[in-house]
Design a binder for this molecule. Sequence first.
Ligand code: ZN
Length: 113
Amino acid sequence: MQTMTRQMAKDIKLIGRFTEVWCAGHRHEGRQSLSVPGSDQPVQLCPECAEFFEYAVMKRQKCPLEAEKPSCKHCRIHCYAPQQRATVRQIMAWSGRRMLLRGRLDYLWHYFF
Ligand SMILES: [Zn+2]
């Protein structure tokens, strides 16, 4: 059983929230409640977004640079495969803008890409 750092839990929660906004905003079908590691608040995601989210969680938990990590945005590895990296950028840009428009500055993205 892997211990989760506070920063890890925070990053995972954040990406879960962004993916949820993206999924809901694009009216994806078949959304289901998915538990978020390190958080007691689940997210609602369609199967496709759930798959991406699980990938992101796995990558975050396996990060080899945990100790020196200031944020994924400035990471020297960029561990995502090209396809998932393109997906995360798309989700972050779209959901970030949407949250900004709604005044959700608390979710302003500092950590990924
Ligand atoms: Zn979706």
